[in-house]
Design a protein around this ligand. Structure first.
Ligand SMILES: [Zn+2]
Length: 134
């Protein structure tokens, strides 16, 4: 199961349209079995989105979506309604950003439910330091 990847749809209008209603600019997003990207997908983004896909598999999709939104809402309060910061401090995003440049992360290193290690109170790894948004 660790080798499962989502279906990537490049040069899609979906992130462009959603960015108009979301409080941040979306480069790519993962939902269910699909990933929509506004441009062609490089290896880092592919890995980033595949990490999200694995998180969704672990939580039967539905629970990942619920938790993702919940963490974001909590983050909004914690970070004084800074939408970008709330997004970037989400444990699901922190795991993805901390590891999306590691070539062996998905195939060898990653443990099931690894995102649990990225809660605010567990670790500072993956904290925002890069400006990429997705
Ligand atoms: Zn992400």
């Amino acid at each position: 199961m660790r080798n499962l990847e989502p279906i990537f749809i490049e040069n899609s209008k979906v992130p462009v349209v959603l960015s108009k209603v979301a409080p941040l600019k979306i480069e790519a997003l993962s939902f269910g079995w699909w990933v929509w990207s506004r441009r062609e997908i490089g290896t880092v983004t592919r890995r980033h989105e595949t990490i999200h896909f694995q998180q969704q598999l672990e939580l039967l999709f539905l629970f990942q979506w619920i938790l993702y939104v919940l963490f974001w809402v909590i983050g909004l309060f914690v970070y004084k309604f800074d939408g970008n910061k709330a997004y970037r401090e989400n444990p699901f995003e922190r795991e993805a950003y901390a590891n999306d440049r590691k070539t062996k992360y998905l195939s060898e290193t990653r443990k099931r439910y690894a995102w649990i290690n990225y809660f605010w109170w567990v670790s500072t790894e993956g904290e925002p330091s890069r400006g990429r948004k997705k």
